[in-house]
Ligand binder design. Structure first.
Ligand SMILES: Nc1ncnc2c1ncn2[C@@H]1O[C@H](COP(=O)(O)OP(=O)(O)OP(=O)(O)O)[C@@H](O)[C@H]1O
Length: 346
């Protein structure tokens, strides 16, 4: 559907380099990376607002590298929604229709369907300044979708919304993707949103793709220390390998993974939520340790617990109720462990 082949884009202070991506029809594809990594730039290059310096953009196998913006049939929704303040909701939604030479009747049919799908019935005559963040976003989506784009590009669609709208908007994006059977490319730096919405994606750092593929694979099998940290892996440490088991370097701690580490793997990591207290039958768990709780920090609903073993500080995340029910506090000695499946090497 969309192929980027050896794309580069050189700006005075930033370069996108050797970008190769394949976005398939009906994918919900996520471009994930830290701030300033080049995600928005890549979207703007795809739409044609900024020309690529080299490489090829293929739309449905057709080389479209130099195709005019309006002929690409890609629609974008910006983070700030970019609605026209002097136009009401209906006028905003119809704005692009004449530029794209869509017959009035066709546009009206699409408008009626979108107003219904996106729940805009009561606000069609309002101006943007009288809309909530979530409503503005739905209008911006309708304005793009009325053009029946081959791909919908979303630049951080959830980051400008407060927590309540955030949750609603997530559900809505999932529904749009399923109901309209549309291909979506979404820029995000929130891996939890991505895990919920996207099926495939790519991790980008400093203008380069670090890893791409199925989201679940990126989550479960990050291929570098950078990707691992970015997708929420903790307890990362260099390793040496011994007969399928791993030894934490300089820590003299042996850990049993479920899968033999790859030849090039240099690190291991364990998600903090995969570490459990010793409420399980420890005979069934290969990775059991004893340690002392050194610190507890709060990240809102959950608490980060730092447990010092002889040589290594493990980080776990547990809910408040778990801390209360097990009477945990700083200084307490605990037995804890994790399943070999929770040990990731990269
Ligand atoms: N039109 C431009 N001209 C010059 N430099 C630009 C232009 N657009 C972006 N940049 C630079 O390119 C780099 C990547 O920017 P980009 O907006 O793509 O990052 P991003 O990954 O989308 O970040 P964020 O998550 O903060 O939105 C930044 O250093 C930015 O300053």
């Amino acid at each position: 559907m969309i192929r980027l082949k050896n794309i580069s884009l050189t700006l005075p202070d930033f370069t996108l380099e050797e970008i190769n991506l394949h976005i398939k029809k009906n994918d919900f594809f996520a471009l994930i990376g830290p701030t300033g990594s080049g995600k928005s730039l890549l979207l703007e290059g795809m739409i044609g607002l900024i020309p690529f310096s080299s490489g090829n953009l293929l739309l449905e196998n057709h080389d479209s590298t130099t195709m005019a913006v309006e002929k690409r049939n890609l629609a974008i929704v910006y983070q700030d929604f970019a609605l026209f303040p002097h136009l009401d909701v209906t006028q905003n939604i119809f704005y692009g229709v004449s530029y794209h030479k869509i017959p009035r009747q066709t546009a009206q049919k699409r408008f009626d369907a979108l107003v219904c799908t996106l729940g805009l019935e009561k606000i069609t005559r309002r101006r943007p300044q009288n809309l909530s963040g979530g409503e503005k976003q739905r209008v911006a989506l309708a304005r793009s979708l009325i053009l029946n784009p081959r791909v919908l590009l979303l630049d951080e669609p959830l980051s400008a919304l407060d927590p309540v709208f955030h949750e609603e908007a997530k559900q809505l994006l999932k529904k749009i993707h399923a109901d309209l059977e549309i291909t979506i490319i979404m820029v995000s730096h929130n891996f939890s949103d991505v895990l919920y919405l996207a099926n495939r994606g790519a991790i980008i750092k400093n203008g380069r793709i670090m890893q791409q593929g199925e989201i679940v694979t990126i989550f479960e099998r990050p291929n570098s220390k950078f990707t691992a940290s970015f997708v929420g892996m903790k307890n990362i440490n260099p390793i040496s390998k011994l007969n399928g088991e791993i030894i934490l370097k300089d820590k003299n701690i042996k850990i049993t993974p479920a899968h033999k580490p790859g030849n090039t793997d240099k690190y291991m990591g364990i998600r903090p939520e995969d570490i459990s207290l010793n409420t399980f039958d420890s005979n069934n768990f290969k990775n059991c340790f004893e340690g002392q709780i050194k610190r507890i920090t709060s990240n809102g609903v959950f608490l980060n617990i730092y447990i010092q073993t002889q040589n290594f500080e493990f980080e776990a995340i547990w809910p408040r109720s778990y801390i209360r029910d097990h009477d945990l506090d700083i200084g307490k000695r605990v037995r804890f462990g994790f399943h070999p499946e929770s040990v990731h090497t990269f």
